[in-house]
Ligand binder design. Structure first.
Ligand SMILES: Cc1cc2nc3c(=O)[nH]c(=O)nc-3n(C[C@H](O)[C@H](O)[C@H](O)COP(=O)(O)OP(=O)(O)OC[C@H]3O[C@@H](n4cnc5c(N)ncnc54)[C@H](O)[C@@H]3O)c2cc1C
Length: 417
């Protein structure tokens, strides 16, 4: 059996490596950075004086591939999973607060209870979701709903932005439905919102690296793939500048890299080109605070801040589809977002706490129908070269679940040979 060379130690590359090691394959991983995790990582920040995540990441309990990955690397217990699904919201312009509590089982009984529904909505509003279920590849989320209805503004719009990192007016409908079918449509046990207890690296990255090293996989940091030599339908060698790795007759390479890198390395490969930004702000408070409900996060409607997460004395907010905001100065962003947080958590506006702004300008590819149409599959024109990454054609939104499934798909192809 040959060696599998995995390029990129983000979640897709790590998930592929873990699966392959488990079926007894020899794996070597090469990562350009000095650390693993890619767009899903934690680091120590001097300003807030503690380890923070590059951005808040939420999983749903029905993200079965992500859960399987955490189980395989032995870190499933590091996820905070609430005993019941609950999604609290506050609409800042009106001050209205509500909690969406999906019912047990697939029949959404909760929409029959006015107290459980989103304010000013009727059961009929929810049934309009069938249009999302039947959306074609060209459809955008906003095409499936009456955008003047409160349910659109208070539920579908924030959900689309959070899941697809694009506004409902531009985001493709299909991937949103796929994830809803696997989570919300199965009942509350499949849509419990889960977050990493301590940090993303502690749950998703460090345990995977430890698992892989213990299993004998080589992990080579500071190894940036610069070129691939290709001939007669196969990849022949990997060029890292100072070093070159020749691929043997039974060897494979998995490119778990960003789409722009793959386009450079494999000319003629179609990949999604446009990206969308996510901005996160982390504020250090004097003491611990709590969001008003039983889960450590809160959805914000009608404000710049979209989702707020609390970990001890650090409040972090996420703004997705944030290309315009990402152009602003960090101080200005902090002031705008703190105004929203102080209102949502009923904390004083002044003095403004210390803040760290993290701008991920290429957080995900633009998940529009045009971008989705450019997602390539796992296999390439070169027999021993495979692709993985949240931007490949998983059908799912560009999320941890999609990244893990793309890695598993590449591993399946190789293990099946
Ligand atoms: C701010 C933010 C918030 C998010 N929120 C959520 C969320 O709430 N829920 C959720 O499920 N998902 C969320 N996501 C998406 C999730 O982080 C991604 O889907 C996932 O991390 C993608 O993993 P990947 O392995 O496909 O790609 P990447 O993480 O991009 O991995 C690619 C790796 O390749 C490396 N690399 C690049 N070029 C080279 C080269 N030439 N040679 C070698 N290595 C190279 C990179 O350094 C990187 O480590 C969020 C993302 C961001 C940025």
């Amino acid at each position: 059996m040959g060696i599998v060379h995995i390029l990129g130690a983000g979640i897709a590359g790590l998930a592929a490596a873990v699966r392959l090691v488990k079926v007894g394959r020899r794996v070597e991983i090469y990562e350009a950075a000095s650390h693993a995790g890619g767009r899903c990582r934690s680091f120590f920040d001097e300003t807030v004086g503690r380890v923070i995540d590059n951005g808040n990441h939420l999983l749903l309990s029905g993200n079965r591939a992500a859960m399987a990955y955490l189980t395989e690397i032995g870190s499933i217990d590091t996820l905070l999973v609430p005993p019941r699904a609950a999604f609290p919201f506050v609409e800042l312009p009106t001050g209205r607060r509500w909690v969406v509590r999906p019912s047990a089982g697939p029949i959404p009984w909760w929409i029959l209870n006015p107290a459980a529904r989103v304010p000013d909505t009727t059961p009929g509003d929810y049934l309009a979701a069938w249009r999302l279920a039947r959306a074609g590849p060209e459809a955008r989320v906003a095409d499936c709903f009456d955008t003047d209805r409160p349910l659109f503004k208070r539920f579908w719009q924030p959900l689309a932005v959070a899941v697809l990192n694009a506004t409902a007016e531009e985001a493709a409908a299909r991937p949103l439905w796929l994830i809803i079918a696997e989570t919300f449509a199965k009942g509350e046990a499949a849509c419990r919102p889960c977050i990493a207890r301590t940090g993303l690296s502690q749950s998703f990255v460090d345990p995977a690296v430890r698992f892989l090293e213990a299993a004998g996989a080589g992990i080579h940091f500071n190894h940036r793939l610069r070129a691939i030599s290709l001939s007669s339908g196969r990849a022949r060698s990997l060029d890292f500048g100072e070093t070159r790795v020749a691929l043997g007759a039974d060897d494979h390479a998995v490119l778990a890299l960003p789409p722009a890198r793959v386009a450079e390395l494999l000319p003629g490969t179609t990949v999604p080109e446009d990206t969308r930004a996510i901005v996160n702000a982390h504020f250090r408070l004097d003491g611990p605070t709590r969001p008003p409900d039983e889960v450590p996060f809160l959805g914000l409607v009608g404000s710049v801040a979209q989702w707020l997460f609390v970990r001890g004395n650090v409040v972090s907010v996420t703004v997705s589809a944030a290309d315009a905001l990402a152009e602003e100065a960090p101080e200005k962003i902090a002031t705008m977002l703190w105004a929203d947080i102080s209102q949502a958590l009923e904390l004083p506006l002044k003095p403004e706490p210390l803040a760290r702004i993290v701008k991920e300008k290429r957080a995900t590819f633009a998940q529009t129908p045009e971008g989705i149409a450019r997602r390539p599959g796992t296999r390439t024109a070169w027999a021993n070269l495979l692709l993985a990454g949240d931007w490949t054609d998983t059908g799912l939104p560009a999320t941890i679940e999609g990244a893990v499934r793309s890695g598993h798909a590449a591993a399946r192809v190789i293990a099946g040979r």
